[in-house]
Design a protein around this ligand. Sequence first.
Ligand code: TXA
Ligand code: MG
Length: 368
Amino acid sequence: MRSTVPRGSPTPPLARRWAEAVAIRPFVPRLTPVIPVNDDEPDPSAVAAAAGILRRGGLVAFATETVYGLGADATNPEAVARIFLAKGRPSFNPLIVHADCVEMARDSVLEWPASADVLAREFWPGPLTLVLPRAANIPDVVTAGRETVGVRIPRSRVARALIQATGRPIAAPSANRSTGISPTEAWHVSNDLDGKIDLILDSGKTGVGIESTVLDLTTNPPRVLRPGSITVEQIREALQLEVLGQGAISPDSQAHSSPGQMDIHYAPRTPTFRIEREAFESVPREGRWVLIVLGETPSIDVPPGRRPDQQFHLQTPTEAESSLYSHLQAIDLSGVDFLVIVPPPDEPRWLAIRDRLWRASRPWPAGL
Ligand code: TXA
Ligand code: MG
């Protein structure tokens, strides 16, 4: 891809380069079948085929409202072990269990406190994972040996139809190689996991675009372990209780966070740097690069001669959450030399995006 664009000539927009890449994809043998399904009305035969694979211990990728998940029967330890193998995921990182109804979620946990009831009513189906004491039907491999389990009911119809047809809770991490970018489209899954999983249900782009908020209800007060589009303020409001947020991203805060909240995570392959707006002048003149500016402030007017190949301005948290990962995936495919991110302000509603950006990037300056 990079060789088709001579240095110095205007580079085609990322979207076009992506289309070129896709155009040659039919010639690449695909090992994992991809079945298109409509999320408004999932085709029962496609769902039944996928459920059959899950019941036999196989792996199926499907869209939730947040990101694509890689599902296995949560009650089958051998099937769940295959998830770790396919992703290259460390065994200490527990999986979220997905249910199609509150009864199934309750069957996966030992205790169902009043706070869980309130939050389920308010936010399910939706992007909130509740960490609770685990029930005996959830094996060690799902919880990484912990006595707690994360459960949620996803909002996408495909996901709920699939869980219902399988008749069992489904363990599903994001359907990407471990530490990579979470997939928001089926081709992202295919790029990472083709040949390692049994089926991909393609129901198009996910809506929310970043992973669920993970809330630990086993502590008092409850604590957010991973920020998401449902904010700590919304959870406090629903519970009318003190709830601890994840706080600033610092080595200290890591001590309290989820085992999955490793320092380097959600990371593109393209070297990615964050730089404060004021320090922008120090970005080098050399190389092909992309600029992403986040926040409601005006975008950056880069002087001619130093302009990036592509520039994006994601103005609101919702816009950033729904499109950040798609941009990162396209940037990785485009083969540019580096990506520069100007982060959004340190405000509560930007917390989830700042969390992901901090893990995906290194501060500038740093040797290229
Ligand atoms: O939106 C989502 O949450 C997506 C979709 C597919 O549901 N799933 C997802 O899964 O992001 P995964 O495995 O990529 O991230 C799960 C996070 C990890 O940070 C993990 O450590 C944490 O949830 N987690 C799961 N069970 C936990 C537990 N029992 N205690 C603490 N953290 C837990
Ligand atoms: Mg993940």
